[in-house]
Design a protein around this ligand. Structure first.
Ligand SMILES: [Ca+2]
Length: 272
């Protein structure tokens, strides 16, 4: 995966310096925060799904919601749910115990994610509460989880997860969902939530780019033909000389000795 990502970056660099810039096209990417939520003054019980507080113009929509395995919490200044009661990732996935956010690019735009920052916690500390990020880009595949983490306090410190190595999260042109699954070691049930601090509490960083128009195959063929024709003409231009045509229609080079010309009637010669 990392190798593919590097290939993509190298291709991007080649795109910038190459002579075929028209194939890369598009606007300069916008770096930074492209989607963010501030849960201050809200609760999942009254705002589910919750639209993003900050939305890049290149993103049509972004919503934060809950899996059907948990119940929207009414705790103020949070977005979360009660009923996180599974004891393994596979069980949490099967039970749909998760927080989820879905980002939909505007038509003609693509998203490339670089990182996610989030602030979360539980209502009562346990040893331990576990979380894992999975994405629709990989079919929520467990071997391709984006990140896992465990904590044993109520207020886990802010977390920042780099996504630059995940090629599936680059150049995304359709809806992308990321699920934050939660489960716990001891039996019981937790209320797990995005919690409030100054500013945004869940933010996605990355770039939004205009999708480059892909030339029609006929345009490629015409372009290649023009390049080949130009190269041939340039090569001929170095050795080309005027050519004359004999009366009999034979051709010879103007540089050839006259003795090598095709035989023809001599001036003034009489018939017979
Ligand atoms: Ca906040």
């Amino acid at each position: 995966m990392k190798c593919l990502s590097r290939l993509r970056l190298h291709a991007g660099a080649a795109c910038l310096v190459g002579s075929a810039l028209f194939l890369c096209g598009g606007l300069a990417p916008l770096f930074g925060q492209i989607v963010a939520w501030d849960v201050h003054g809200t609760a999942a019980s009254t705002a589910n799904p919750m639209p993003a507080t900050l939305l890049d113009p290149g993103i049509a929509s972004a919503t934060l919601t809950l899996g059907i395995g948990v119940t929207a919490s009414s705790a103020s200044n949070t977005f979360g749910g009660s009923g996180f009661d599974q004891r393994s990732l596979s069980a949490a996935m099967a039970a749909n115990d998760y927080l989820s956010f879905t980002v939909v690019p505007t038509a003609g735009r693509s998203l490339s994610l670089t990182s996610i920052s989030l602030l979360f916690g539980v209502s009562s500390a346990v040893t331990s509460f576990h979380v894992a990020l999975a994405t629709s880009a990989t079919g929520f595949s467990v071997p391709e989880l984006l990140w896992t983490f465990a904590f044993n306090t109520t207020l886990s410190p802010s977390q920042s997860i780099s996504l630059v190595d995940y090629v599936e999260l680059q150049d995304v042109t359709s809806a992308l969902e990321i699920r934050l699954h939660g489960w716990r070691d001891p039996s019981g049930s937790s209320t797990f939530r995005i919690r409030d601090n100054a500013g945004y509490d869940l933010a996605i960083f990355g770039t939004v780019s205009e999708v480059a128009a892909i030339p029609e195959p006929s345009a490629y063929a015409a372009g290649i033909a023009a390049l080949v024709a130009g190269a041939v003409m340039a090569r001929r231009g170095r050795s080309w000389r005027p050519r004359r045509v004999s009366a009999a229609g034979s051709q010879w080079s103007g540089r050839q000795d006259s003795n090598l010309r095709p035989p023809g009637p001599k001036p003034g010669a009489l018939p017979g």
